[in-house]
Design a protein around this ligand. Structure first.
Ligand SMILES: Nc1ncnc2c1ncn2[C@@H]1O[C@H](COP(=O)(O)OP(=O)(O)OP(=O)(O)O)[C@@H](O)[C@H]1O
Ligand SMILES: [Mg+2]
Length: 480
């Protein structure tokens, strides 16, 4: 029977894989923090450096202004090229620029307007005079009805700031890259034991735990330099695995004991049962006239001992398959096997309708590698069910198909079907439907469990679908 749970788990695992790993998250948050921090430090550093450079420039401006106020002109040593002087009086504003070659050049009226307008309380401000001149710092000095504005270019300040900014950016990028790589290596190294735990846990999730001997994988112990929490987690995980493994070993031991007990008990019961049957048959053959009650009791002893022998044989077979006793593996002609089984069933159940559709295969029989006696038992049990658990007149059709890898046997009947609540536990041992009916038919509830065990031992599949009037058992056996 199919189980949709592993598919859901696989889909979940796939979705989980697409999410950011813890390592990526830690590295990303660290890298983001470092970029933010270095950006903030660079911005604060550059701003305060600019403020200090502008302050120095303001000192120069005040010195230049004092000198111009005294001498009336910028001529003379110590005045840098690019300096601007504007004189404002009642007649208007006049201004000059000290050129590269230390000659003075008159400012245009647009430049004068830009320089002289827009002043407020502060004696210094930045202005772009235009006419090819960049950003300037100006200082205003007023005396009587006249005013003197002197200005120095901010180009050197801006150049210093931009080249320092570029250097800082390059250093920051290189630093972030180196930091990112170091952080990625460090985090990866630190989280490696957790990945090992995850691998071990995934391995356990894929291990079948329902029965049998279970070997669980422990996680690799982290090195001595691993973080305390990681070491704790790994050793906690491993102790848990040890405990669970011990519990599974204990379960396996007890399963083994039960299996051995069932196997030994069944084996031991065979002889006394044979004796009971033998003696009851002998008594009957003696030809002695028995009272009616004794005759009935003898019949019951006989029929119940036959039933018990069958039960003991079934239990013994199940115990042997569980023990993993080797099945024989030889070519089995399924076409003949199925056809003989259907013929036998038709003889045993003459009031049912039996139909066999062999595989369309150019007359060649369908063969698989397996144990012929056990495969025959699969067919016998399935056909017995179709006979015993359905009323007379039921149509039972058996078909055989094959493809490249599998031989498939379908047993279908149009009987009353199996109740839906019984289906999930149908292949369990002693699973029976209506007990009053099945007891009457002498069934034990082991037939399908035996089929399941035999098909499993052949690495095959057993499925059932059932609703009233439509019950189908499908057995698939691998061809090699
Ligand atoms: N073809 C079927 N139609 C209706 N019910 C069925 C059919 N096959 C199986 N069942 C139900 O499944 C139950 C389990 O079948 P299973 O063969 O395991 O046991 P059993 O037939 O009761 O006993 P046993 O085969 O050991 O003598 C049956 O008791 C019956 O209720
Ligand atoms: Mg049965």
């Amino acid at each position: 029977m199919t189980n949709s749970q592993p598919i859901t788990n696989a889909a979940e695992a796939q979705t989980r894989k697409h999410r950011w790993s813890l390592r990526t998250r830690i590295v990303a948050i660290l890298a983001f923090t470092v970029i933010l921090l270095s950006g903030t430090i660079a911005a604060i550093g550059l701003t305060s450096l600019r403020a200090s450079l502008v302050q120095q420039l303001d000192g120069g401006l005040r010195a230049l202004s004092a000198r111009v106020m005294v001498t009336g002109s910028m001529d003379g040593p110590g005045v840098s090229t690019g300096a601007i002087q504007v004189h404002i009086d009642a007649t208007g504003a006049k201004g000059v620029l000290l050129d590269e070659d230390f000659t003075t050049k008159q400012l245009s009226s647009d430049q004068l307007t830009a320089i002289t307008t827009g002043w407020s309380d502060s004696p210094t401000r930045d202005i772009v005079p235009g006419g090819g001149l960049g950003n300037y710092r100006f200082h205003l000095e007023q005396r009587g009805g006249t005013a003197m504005i002197v200005g120095l270019p901010l180009a050197s300040v801006e150049q210093t700031i931009s080249s320092l900014g570029l250097t800082m950016a390059l250093v920051a990028i290189a630093g972030c890259l180196v930091f990112g790589m170091l952080a990625a290596w460090f985090v990866r190294h630190q989280l490696l034991p957790l990945e090992k735990v995850a691998d071990a846990a995934e391995g356990i999730a894929e291990t079948p735990l329902e029965r049998g001997e279970v070997q669980l994988q422990r996680a690799e112990e982290p090195g001595p330099n691993a973080a305390g929490e990681v070491t704790r987690l790994v050793s906690g995980f491993n102790s848990m695995i040890d405990q669970v493994t011990d519990a599974f070993h204990a379960r396996h031991d007890s399963e083994e004991k039960v299996r051995r007990f069932v196997s030994d008990a069944s084996h031991e019961l065979r002889t006394p049962l044979a004796s009971i049957r033998g003696y009851s048959e002998l008594t009957r053959r003696m030809g002695i006239e028995l009272p009616k009650d004794a005759e009935y009791a003898l019949g019951r002893i006989e029929s119940e001992s036959v039933r018990m022998t069958d039960l003991v044989e079934d239990l013994l077979l199940l115990a042997r398959i569980d023990e993993g006793q080797e099945l024989t593996s030889q070519p089995v002609d399924l076409t003949t096997l199925v056809s003989d089984a259907v013929n036998d069933a038709a003889v045993a159940g003459p009031h049912h309708q039996w139909l066999f559709e062999p595989a369309e295969h150019d007359g060649e029989p369908v063969t698989v590698a397996g144990d012929p006696a056990r495969l025959q038992q699969v067919l016998v049990n399935l056909l017995a069910n179709a006979r015993i658990h359905t009323p007379e007149g039921t149509k039972v059709s058996v078909s055989l198909e094959e493809d490249e890898n599998w031989a498939t046997i379908h047993v279908h009947d149009n009987g009353p079907g199996i109740p839906a609540e019984q289906l999930p536990k149908l292949f369990e041992r002693f699973a029976r439907g209506d007990t009053s009916r099945t007891r009457a038919t002498g069934s034990t509830g082991l037939g399908l469990a035996i089929i399941d065990a035999i098909v499993g031992a052949h690495r095959g599949e057993l499925r059932v679908t059932s609703e009233p009037g439509d019950t189908s058992f499908t057995v698939r056996i691998p061809k090699s």
